[in-house]
Design a binder for this molecule. Sequence first.
Ligand code: SP5
Ligand code: ZN
Length: 473
Amino acid sequence: MCNLITETILFFFLLRFSHISLIPYFNFIVKDFCLLLAAREEESGHFTTMTQGTATSDKIKVVYCEDGLLHNPPFEVTSGKIKPYVESPERLKSIKKYIDENPSMFQLISPISDYTLKPILDIHRPDYIAFLESIYQEWVNAGLPKDACIGDTFAQLSFASKLSEEVLLKNANQHPTGKMGYYLGDMSVSFMNETWRAAYASVQIVLTAAHELLRSIENSEANDKQSKMVYALCRPPGHHSSDHLAAGYCFINNAAVAAAFLQNYSSKDMELLQRPYDPVLATTTNLENMMLDEKPIDEKKKILILDIDYHHGNGTQEIFYDDSTVFYISIHGYPDYPHFTGSVDEKGRGRGLGYNINIPLDPEHTTDEVYLKHLYHVLNTEKTVVNFKADIVIVSLGLDTWFEDPIAGMKGLREKHTYYTIGQYIKQSEATFGKPVLFVQEGGYTYDKLGELVGQVLQGFACSSDEKLRLDA
Ligand code: SP5
Ligand code: ZN
């Protein structure tokens, strides 16, 4: 009873301080107030009130593989300090623990499948993939320290802006440090013996999830209204990586590879490629023969990538900047890492012009309310996004917007329930309503909170009603 009184007060508090007139939403608010109560119950560990049933078909599918834990460099250099590697395996362990502790909510898909290097090469250059695989050994063979495979000089634009890419690469290839400088963007990406294997596992997790999502779309009846969603619990993250760049803890752009995979492959094609997960398949011989013929533009599925990691996803933006079939939206702290991208002026180029939206937010002053207002706006009232009519949505799911995040964080984003609302907005907004969603894990560094925050987003999506948010009149 006490709980109910508290929640009722909270409900009216929400009404009072909401950013937009709530009158048009009254119906859905009342309805979802019940779900809010349910979600709160869940926060305190009581799952029985959730609308999510216990039948396997109702559970949230989570794709996971332990090899994501293998990348565990001892340190990084950021903010003038040598510190323990922030993007640690603890992140994955914490989320996995949460999933394991809530078996009535989640269905684990493991072991994963292996789709070989082929889909990776739709996004990344073969020389870059070969670099990822071999650099650690080359570094050690050159007599450099085993525990510190880290870049210390970078192919900054004005180093050699008059040289061709070819000459630049030929010079860089003379020495492991040159290669590192050519392919790396900062000192947060360090390599160890197992880094490539972990990055390979990470992307195969996401490909397994993409295949699972496509299967569930194809197997569903025309009148089956149940939302399709799969969560790829992967690590290392991906959104700072572009076709030949590793940066910001990212090596392979998992979300981008999944987007191209969903665009260029039918589920039959995926099945033909599918085999049991095997890191041996990650061997980069004969890469040139593995390139895929892309589908013509008008045959490709349209993918909306919604990037809610705290940082701007420079890599994903770069990869799809000229592309009108993948719409990239990023909502992020600005100015902040990655520093050279993320402004509102970056709108896409050529055919891709108008298919890139950046929403830079001031980290010091962004509150839960402000954050949600921007998310609501872009998914409901931004005509280009609504008119895009995406076939599939990919969410780059970072949890580093949380105010306590040690390396990021919106200082005013303090309510766990905001993450539930994010999931709800993804389900019920004009641009995303009724679309299958692939959630791909990106950043987030409050190790002990990650499971709960992920859980809120996924449950906000899975448990909210099948009704659209109503537009403000
Ligand atoms: C995937 C992802 O979230 N990558 C983020 C990489 C960020 N690396 C730069 C960190 C800079 C930390 N600045 C700390 C300021 C503390 N107040
Ligand atoms: Zn981030």
